[in-house]
Design a protein around this ligand. Structure first.
Ligand SMILES: [Zn+2]
Length: 490
């Protein structure tokens, strides 16, 4: 297909998906012509199905030949693709207005609108995401949700900590980080096709968008208007509750605010939300406590120490959660290796998650501690060295809830392990990190793909067990229950 036919297809695609109105066709043709340095082209309405990836790949090859971008790598191709699509989609003001109009009718119509749009303009890379591998692992804590993510590179916790120290870029056109609102319709980070909508949480301005990675259904991000660091504090609960009051069909959660136990971005305050039920929500209860009349307090049978608070009273729930947060910040139990501070450096924080169920609010507080020791230089309550071959990244909000996001490299490594176990090759260098595990696997009588994935699930279970502060042992449970009793009495 030649350039003119491809550009015609782009316009047709935009019309079919209602990204532009009929009367905008001429204006869009002119802009695309200018972008590709041609005078004019005709739009044919073929009515045939349009293969988006094929169309876009051919167009990007031509754009590269015409030296419209360089080098010819995935990041640059994504950035130029977003620039093409930006021409044939509604501008940020129109999207904000539509979202608001839909919201007035029903919150779900508004989120459906933005979600659909983000897919149609390929901001959510649905085609690439289909390559991800997912399965369920039934273990000690119910069904864990396992995924191998092929869309996002693995980040080292040390790099994340370094990013926090890095001075802010001075280039005015470049957003300070990938979450800043300035990314909207910005060529950097391939976000020309990104659209944000403003929302108010805790009387402050935040912005709502979908995640390009979609780790789960309708995975969305809520970012603060200002580039300010993550902070878990009393106000956090107000933001979370405001959100579920605005969007009752979505859960919302926050990563913790300290390195090692936080997510991959600590320097921009943000939350994650979406329409998905996580394994933590299906965990059984170890103990229920007699708290105030209107609140149920439960310790869950979950590898990361989790307290679930349920109530129809928003005010009382926030008060109780705030007490727990304050008390946890200063909690120390040397027998269990939990120490709240080293000199003035705090170690204790929480990962909060909130959902609204009819008239009830259900709040999960996952207790975290980021202290390191000589024995565990990466973190005492972080995946230990012997499971790093599967996962060495921080255990953030999503994994704390029981959804594993494993690095893309594992796909190839698992294939190699299968071949090695079938004696089809000698141990390649890439598999040296898995050597101890492979020795264990060799002891199994029989192994197929399903069994191998099951063994990966077992490792992930260990990864999240390492992240738990009060282990689910007699002494761990006893200390945790004792502490909970003290707080709810006060
Ligand atoms: Zn930022």
């Amino acid at each position: 297909m030649d350039l003119k036919d491809l550009l015609s297809k782009v316009v047709e695609y935009a019309l079919v998906h209602h990204l532009i109105e009929d009367e905008q066709t001429e204006q869009v043709q002119k802009k695309l012509g200018e972008m590709f340095l041609i005078r004019d082209f005709i739009v044919h309405k073929t009515q045939f199905h349009i293969d988006y990836s094929r169309m876009m790949n051919q167009l990007l090859d031509i754009a590269y030949e015409k030296q419209l971008f360089t080098p010819n790598i995935l990041d640059e191709r994504d950035a130029f693709e977003a620039k093409i699509i930006d021409v044939v989609m509604p501008d940020p003001r129109t999207v904000k207005a539509h979202f608001h109009q839909f919201y007035e009718i029903h919150p779900s119509l508004a989120t459906d609108y933005l979600y659909r749009l983000s897919i149609d303009v390929n901001y959510i890379k649905n085609i690439r995401l289909k390559e991800n591998i997912s399965w369920t692992y039934s273990g000690k804590y119910g069904n864990l949700q396992m995924t191998i993510n092929l869309a996002k590179p693995e980040k080292d916790p040390k790099e994340i900590a370094m990013a926090l120290l890095r001075p802010i870029q001075i280039d005015l056109n470049r957003p300070k980080c990938v979450l800043c609102k300035e990314n909207e319709q910005n060529y950097f980070n391939a976000r020309m096709n990104l659209r944000l909508v403003p929302i108010t949480l805790g009387h402050e301005l935040w912005h709502f968008q979908y995640s390009p990675y979609q780790y789960y259904n309708e995975h969305s991000i809520i970012l603060h208007d200002l580039h300010r660091p993550m902070k878990i504090c009393d106000k956090t609960f107000e933001y979370l509750f405001d959100f579920v009051d605005l969007f009752p069909t979505y859960f919302i959660g926050s990563n913790a605010d300290l390195p090692i136990v936080g997510g991959s971005i600590l320097n921009h305050d943000h939350f994650q939300a979406g329409k998905h039920v996580f394994p933590i929500e299906e965990a059984s209860v170890i103990k229920s406590f007699h708290a105030k009349e209107n609140i149920t307090v439960e310790h869950l049978n979950w590898p990361l120490s989790t307290i679930r608070l349920t109530s129809s009273s928003r005010i009382e729930l926030i008060e109780q959660a705030t007490n727990i947060l304050h008390s946890w910040r200063n909690y120390t139990c040397e027998n269990l290796d939990i120490i709240s501070h080293t000199k003035n450096t705090p170690h204790n924080t929480i990962t909060p998650i909130l959902r609204k169920q009819q008239t009830f609010y259900v709040l999960y507080l996952v207790l975290r501690n980021n202290r390191t020791s000589q024995e565990y230089p990466d973190g005492i309550f972080h995946p230990h060295q012997d499971v790093h071959h599967i996962k060495k990244e921080n255990i953030g909000l999503i994994e704390a809830m029981g959804l594993a996001i494993l690095p893309g490299r594992l796909k190839k490594e698992l294939e190699l392990i299968r071949s090695f176990l079938k004696k089809e090759l000698s141990l390649p260098n890439e598999l040296i990190k898995h050597e101890a595990w492979i020795n264990d696997l060799q002891l199994l009588d029989y192994i197929d793909d399903q069994i191998l994935l099951n063994e990966v699930g077992k490792k992930f279970e260990r990864v999240i067990e390492d992240s738990g502060v009060f282990k689910l042992t007699e002494i761990g449970n006893q200390k945790l229950h004792q502490w909970i009793e003290e707080i709810i009495k006060s």
